[in-house]
Ligand binder design. Structure first.
Ligand code: ZN
Length: 87
């Protein structure tokens, strides 16, 4: 079965879902989601640059259809995976 492709809300590139960090909005806070977690999702590369890009052009509010706050855990998760991939 083909790996589903998702679009990163930071750089707008389509990538395999497994390469992306899945985010969900929970009561106005954006958090990382485990695979298969319910709710409206958005995807971001494991790249801090994509996080900054998405934040800078309000892609989170657009993806989640309303104002949202980025939880600190999102930046940590992205930074962590970014680092892992550079080893
Ligand atoms: Zn990206």
């Amino acid at each position: 079965m083909a790996t589903p492709q998702r679009t990163c809300i930071g750089c707008r590139r389509r990538r395999p879902q497994s390469d992306l960090v899945r985010l969900v909005a929970d009561h106005g806070r954006v958090r990382t989601a485990r695979r298969g977690a319910p709710g409206r999702g958005a995807y971001l590369c494991a790249d801090v640059a994509c996080l900054e890009a998405a934040d800078g052009r309000h892609a989170f509010a657009r993806a989640f259809r309303g104002p949202v706050t980025l939880d600190a855990s999102v930046r940590e998760a992205v930074a962590q995976r970014d680092e892992d991939e550079r080893r």
